[in-house]
Design a protein around this ligand. Structure first.
Ligand code: R5P
Length: 285
């Protein structure tokens, strides 16, 4: 087995290859004058691990080109971050079910797909091939243990993500809760933990995806007003659109950290171990 990756997931792919002692295939990418992508892989493989997150449309095209290059091989597609997974329903008439559209095209011709903390598990069915969704809760929990916090309260931004907070908190036997939004008036909303008091406490807000950071920024400023001693943000996927990192830091959040499912300067823990363990299990039982 060999490993090949898109340009935006090369560090994670390298970590997986190194964990599994596999060769990584050198790829040459360029853009034609009209903007179309060109790829040439310098090696072949009977079994191939194709690694690539799809944050941008170019990432998606790169992944499709890689899949096609190795179509004769046994392909394990590792999709650390799946773009469009949040449009997992037709919320309004006339909308596509975007997650289905993307999953169908990515699943075609591959033997199995490995995702990481996919936003909604029902999306896995759309790949129409074998799927495994991995959780980085243990790694996130271990990372939180290294933060400069004492007896931290782990908060999810809403009740839907409470399981994530619970699993992450269990690593350090920490307390967990979820934030609740109460509308005080037409213009004023209050956000506070459902059951816990944050006064003089170190708080970690944990979410799967942080995109604009809007949810976290509003929550953080309210938690500070409620007397929180410090607030740290930890996410799995650092989408970070529209200047989200600076938005969060300027709110007074002490640190903003993610895994390397999307490769960022603030990717401080890795998905490589979970992915490598899962591949070992597939191949060696
Ligand atoms: C939503 O369902 C996700 O779990 C995140 O809470 C959401 O994507 C965060 O979005 P933003 O960072 O734009 O507030």
């Amino acid at each position: 087995m060999k490993v090949v990756s898109t340009q935006s997931s090369q560090v994670l792919a390298g970590r997986i290859a190194s964990n599994l002692n596999l060769q990584i295939i050198d790829t040459r990418w360029k853009k034609f004058p009209d903007g179309e992508l060109y790829l040439r892989a310098t090696d072949t493989a009977e079994d191939i691990l194709v690694v690539g997150s799809t944050l941008t449309s170019d990432d998606l095209v790169e992944l499709l080109l890689l899949k096609d290059t190795f179509l004769k091989s046994d392909i394990t597609l590792v999709l650390p971050y799946m773009g469009y997974a949040r449009q997992d329903k037709q919320f309004n008439p006339g909308e596509p079910l975007s997650a289905r559209a993307i999953a169908k095209v990515l699943g075609m011709g591959v033997n199995r797909v490995i995702t990481v903390n996919i936003h909604e598990k029902t999306v896995l069915d759309y790949f129409q091939t074998d799927t495994i969704d991995l959780s980085l809760c243990s790694s996130a929990g271990e990372f939180i243990e290294k933060l400069p916090v004492t007896n931290p309260l782990i908060l999810s931004p809403d009740s839907g993500a409470l399981n994530l907070a619970r699993e992450v908190a269990s690593v350090g036997c920490n307390e967990y809760d979820h934030l609740e939004k109460t509308r005080i008036s037409g213009e004023i909303v209050k956000i506070e933990p459902k059951n816990c008091n944050v006064k003089n406490r170190d708080v970690v807000i944990m979410d799967d995806i942080i995109s604009t950071g809007g949810t976290q920024a509003i929550a953080a400023s309210m938690l500070m007003e409620q007397g929180a001693r410090s607030i740290h943000t930890v996410g799995v996927h650092g989408v970070l659109s529209e200047g989200a990192y600076n938005r969060l830091i300027s709110t007074g959040i002490s640190s903003v950290s993610f895994s390397d499912t999307i490769e960022r300067a603030c990717s401080v823990y890795t998905a490589a171990q979970e992915i490598s363990d899962s591949i070992n299990k597939i191949w060696h039982g």
